[in-house]
Design a protein around this ligand. Structure first.
Ligand code: HEC
Length: 139
């Protein structure tokens, strides 16, 4: 045992600690959403109303892009700091499984790290415009 051994050991230990911080941690998956039945079957009164697309896009860019990214793939600038995986809103198979009402619930009510927007997006037309915009992200 000499001073040299200790300094090498210390260097190794600090390198390992540093690397542990640099490796991106696998994000937790939130699992299936439990959406109340009244939301699942909720009718979208603005379905296929293309005139709302710009309105919906504005809302998305203002409130959602920071985490979900420009195209909904979950790569917004704030995404790296999230504990939970925000998912891929553009995923066609997922989009086909969820009703507009379910999308509404997940987007406006939220859960855990997915924020609640009831007080930030109060206009019903804007909420549905946003849901319609989410549909345009599908690919
Ligand atoms: C602070 C980051 C953040 C913002 C901003 C945000 N979300 Fe989310 N979102 C998340 C996270 C994290 C999840 C996953 C939550 C979970 O599974 O518990 C999520 C989940 C979702 C889901 C369900 C996705 C799935 O695969 O199950 C939808 C839909 C959604 N968000 C829509 C929106 C909409 C619309 C907005 C803007 C009004 C928005 N989000 C804003 C972080 C965010």
């Amino acid at each position: 045992m000499n001073v040299r051994f200790f300094s090498i050991a210390a260097l190794l230990a600090s390198t390992i600690v540093l690397m542990a911080f640099m490796i991106p941690q696998e994000k937790k998956k939130g699992g299936p959403w439990e959406v109340p039945q009244e939301y699942v079957s909720m009718e979208n009164p603005y379905k296929d109303d293309a005139s709302l697309e710009k309105y919906g896009k504005q809302a998305y860019m203002k409130h959602c892009r920071s985490c979900h990214g420009n195209t909904g793939e979950g790569d917004g600038p704030k995404a790296r700091n999230l504990e939970y995986d925000p998912g891929n809103l553009a995923d066609a198979a997922w989009q086909d499984k969820v009703s507009d009402g379910e999308l509404y619930y997940m987007s406006i009510i939220g859960r855990d790290e997915m924020p609640n927007y009831e007080s930030k997006i109060t206009d019903d037309e804007e909420r549905w415009a946003l849901i319609n915009y989410l549909r345009t992200l599908k690919k």
